[in-house]
Design a protein around this ligand. Structure first.
Ligand SMILES: Cc1cc2nc3c(=O)[nH]c(=O)nc-3n(C[C@H](O)[C@H](O)[C@H](O)COP(=O)(O)O)c2cc1C
Length: 232
């Protein structure tokens, strides 16, 4: 199984270790591609809106392209983020902002509908659910249907500080999650994603696009007609 893992942090703390644990249960080292934010994408969206007309016109397209290409070639996307102020890290949020043109309301990528994803977050005491939700929302609007989330309250500032019993619990939980992921061979586009797609399709059909490029994009793929971006 090919995996792209995107870490919403540069350091190798608890969130990173949880991500590694998960990935190693599912794939060999040669099948895992990792990106660290900020190391591999060191920018915030500047709100220039150039991507609305042309994704390659984003000032940070070169870095985004590498991440998108790896994602496209993967079966599973893993996102890790520490919980910061009950939300994903700012660098994870920056990536999500920089990919807002992939939302179904704009120009979703057909291959996103074939992906599965896991979002992992660690917190000291609370808020990992909100951090996971922040990432999950973008994934859902990109067209990813099968999204698993796992959060852990570890009462620690780094992985070395995490108590052995908490590490063991994380290990057990992720083993169970990995088994669930392995059981399925392909992602099935769920009812929520289909419903979102039809709402967005209605908007594009009605001409509520942010630019004429968007309507053309939907038309060229046949999505305003009978074609759909999912296989199942
Ligand atoms: C800026 C900042 C904000 C934080 N906000 C929260 C929070 O809202 N809730 C919480 O339980 N822990 C919070 N923490 C603690 C981290 O989420 C926790 O230590 C986490 O396990 C760190 O993961 P890492 O080792 O991958 O960096 C915060 C830490 C920092 C540095």
């Amino acid at each position: 199984m090919n995996i792209t893992m995107i870490h919403g942090q540069n350091h190798k703390g608890s969130s990173y270790h949880m991500g590694r644990m998960m990935a190693q249960k599912l794939a060999g080292e040669e099948e895992i591609t990792e990106f660290f934010l900020l190391r591999d994408l060191n920018h915030f969206c500047t709100g220039c809106y150039r991507c609305i007309e042309d994704e390659t016109a984003c000032p940070f397209y070169a870095e985004k392209k590498l991440i998108l290409e790896a994602m496209e070639q993967s079966d599973l996307l893993i996102f890790t983020t520490p919980t910061y102020c009950m939300a994903p890290s700012a660098s994870m949020k920056a990536l999500l902002d920089l990919l807002f043109d992939c939302w179904m309301v704009h120009r979703p990528k057909a291959w996103m509908f074939q992906k599965r994803a896991v979002v992992l977050s660690t917190a000291a005491g609370g808020g990992s659910g909100a951090a996971i939700k922040g990432v999950r929302q973008s994934l859902r609007y990109w067209g990813v249907s099968d999204i698993k989330g796992y959060g852990a309250n570890l009462q620690a500032m780094n992985w070395e500080m995490v108590k052995e019993q908490n590490k063991q619990k994380v290990e057990r939980d992720l083993t169970r999650l990995a088994k669930r992921i392995k059981r399925k061979n392909f992602p099935k586009t769920g009812i929520k994603t289909r419903a979102l797609f039809f709402v967005m399709r209605g908007m594009h059909a009605a001409g509520w696009d942010s630019s004429p490029v968007e309507k053309r994009y939907w038309q060229e793929r046949g999505w305003l007609g009978k074609d759909r971006p999912w296989r199942w």
